[in-house]
Ligand binder design. Structure first.
Ligand code: NAD
Length: 477
């Protein structure tokens, strides 16, 4: 079905344009894919993931050099099935026209919003959850009734190939098509005049994609990254907070957009908190080198970047705690052990760039106001976590800050609540998806006013006289 891209950017561009034209023509032929067919499209994804889940687990494992099968089951396969099922079950309600009240001055008439598919949409996905972050937006786009082109990350080529093959078995390529390639293909991809472009990845590339889309006035959703803080309030038990922060940080070896990037704890408790995090990491992932549940780093370059971050702060005098790690036992895997850094310099790479790996910097705060200031002095994060016994304390921190999403006393789980919007704000992204928000991302809300054959507004026209005066009074209330 989907042919290999010919090598070279021009050939790729030609192939992209041919695919785009085919999808555009197919969309024009079927502007309103019936809901039954959309539900069947979604059901196919659910069934495919159930049947091919193992193949995906193997492909992702090979791409990462080691990916915990449990993490793939929960965060890739399980998540995709749940989102497809949720969309299928709520589709009728989401897709239905929404009636709106008509003001007295415009009566009689009927006002409503038609929820129309935008058309042909593009999805550019990253490597860190290489299956889910391609398929979850696809679910939203198919639910909305769109035609979809997907460009998966070149860093996970086996997953990209599998996505291409399984989706080619399920859908004709003028409905869903996968194109593989690196930045050159991706740049040509984002220059296509899509009806919507959905990008997940780094803030740096997000800017490039948004510029390319702006040339066509293509609306974009940008699901970006950033440094998501975890703040522990003075009333919260340090060791308890360490338990779930360690889980959130080291799940997928920290390669999660909403992983807690750094921790802010009450001054004086950094060392105790750091020890508790390491203890918990060791309890969850003993012997990381040979532990099949501890995920490796996706590429040598990324591994090197993390090592350099740690070396920079170590030579600046920060205390580095690292789980025992025997490289010989790790074999060919790119394992980076769970790491905690106490008080890294604020101008270090670790504190100025998104870490995206299993390193947790721990810094002190002198109260929740100071923690809020620390956060507000930096880019608005994708997620914010607050640990507080008092709901008031937690909510006060939320009120004083802004982030894409947030969770209280637990990291990351807000993104699994299907009905919550998932997205960033400012440098961590724009737009959102999941549940109805995803459906709406790929939907145009079209305003309609239906007047009867003869409508009283015809009387309000020049030459303006008594009826106009009456209408003016009515309008002014
Ligand atoms: P990346 O930006 O390097 O790559 C993402 C995609 O962009 C890939 O498909 C890549 O081929 C493409 N790309 C690269 N250069 C391009 C260019 N010049 N023009 C167009 N496309 C180009 O990101 P990554 O390293 O794969 O992912 C890591 C980042 O993604 C982190 O910052 C992380 O926080 C973020 N992320 C965000 C979310 C979210 O939902 N908000 C989810 C996962 C990852």
């Amino acid at each position: 079905m989907t042919a290999e891209l010919a090598p070279g950017p021009n050939a790729s561009r030609q192939r992209l344009e041919t695919l785009f034209a085919a999808q555009k023509a197919a969309f024009e032929n079927e502007r309103h894919r019936p809901l039954d067919q959309r539900k069947a499209d979604l059901k196919k994804i659910e069934e495919m993931v159930k049947v091919r889940g193992e193949d995906f687990a193997k492909a992702i494992d090979a791409d990462f050099s080691r990916r915990s099968a449990a993490e793939t089951a929960i965060a890739e396969a399980g998540f995709t099935i749940a989102t497809a099922k949720h969309t299928r079950q709520h589709l009728e309600r989401w897709a239905a026209a929404k009636r709106k009240p008509v003001p007295m001055t415009l009566a009689p008439g009927r006002a409503y919003v038609r929820r129309e598919p935008k058309g042909v949409v593009g999805i550019i996905s990253p490597w860190n959850y290489s299956m889910q972050l391609a398929l979850a937006p696809l679910v939203a786009a198919l639910g909305a009734g769109c035609r979809v082109m997907i460009k998966p990350s070149e860093f996970t080529p086996r997953t990209a190939e599998l996505l291409r093959d399984v989706l080619a078995e399920l859908y004709s390529e003028d409905h869903v098509a996968v194109v593989e390639g690196g930045p050159d293909v991706s740049a040509a991809f984002s220059a296509l005049p899509f009806d919507h472009l959905f990008y997940t990845g780094s803030t740096h590339v997000g800017r490039i994609v948004a510029k390319a889309a702006a040339e066509n006035l293509t609306p974009v959703t940008l699901e970006l990254g950033g440094k998501s803080p975890a703040v522990v309030a003075p009333d919260f038990d340090i060791a308890e907070a360490a338990k779930t922060i360690a889980w959130g940080k080291y799940f997928n070896a920290g390669q999660t957009c909403v992983a807690p990037d750094y921790a802010l704890v009450p001054r004086g408790s950094q060392a105790a908190f750091g020890d508790a995090v390491m203890k918990e990491a060791d309890r969850m992932w003993p012997d990381v080198a040979g532990n099949a549940d501890y995920t490796a780093i996706v590429s040598e370059r990324h591994h090197q970047r993390l090592s350099e971050m740690v070396e920079e702060v170590r030579s600046a005098g920060a205390a580095v705690l690292q789980a025992d790690f025997d490289p010989a036992k790790a074999g060919n895997t790119r394992i980076f052990p769970p790491t905690v850094v106490i008080d890294p310099p604020l101008d270090s790479k670790m504190m100025t760039e998104e870490i995206f790996g299993p390193i947790l910097p721990v810094l002190p705060h002198d109260g929740m106001s100071e923690a809020a200031n620390f956060i507000n002095e930096r880019d608005r994060p994708l997620a914010l976590y607050v640990y507080a016994k008092s709901k008031m304390t937690a909510r006060r921190l939320l009120a004083r800050t802004l982030s894409g999403g947030a969770a209280v006393n637990i990291p990351m789980l807000h993104l699994s609540v299907e009905d919550l919007p998932f997205g960033g704000v400012g440098p961590s992204g724009q737009g959102a998806y999941h549940g109805e928000y995803g459906f709406l991302t790929f939907t145009h809300e079209r305003a309609v006013f239906e007047a009867p054959v003869w409508h009283p507004s015809r009387l309000v026209r020049p030459p303006y006289g008594k009826i106009f005066e009456f209408f003016k009074k009515l309008q002014a209330g």
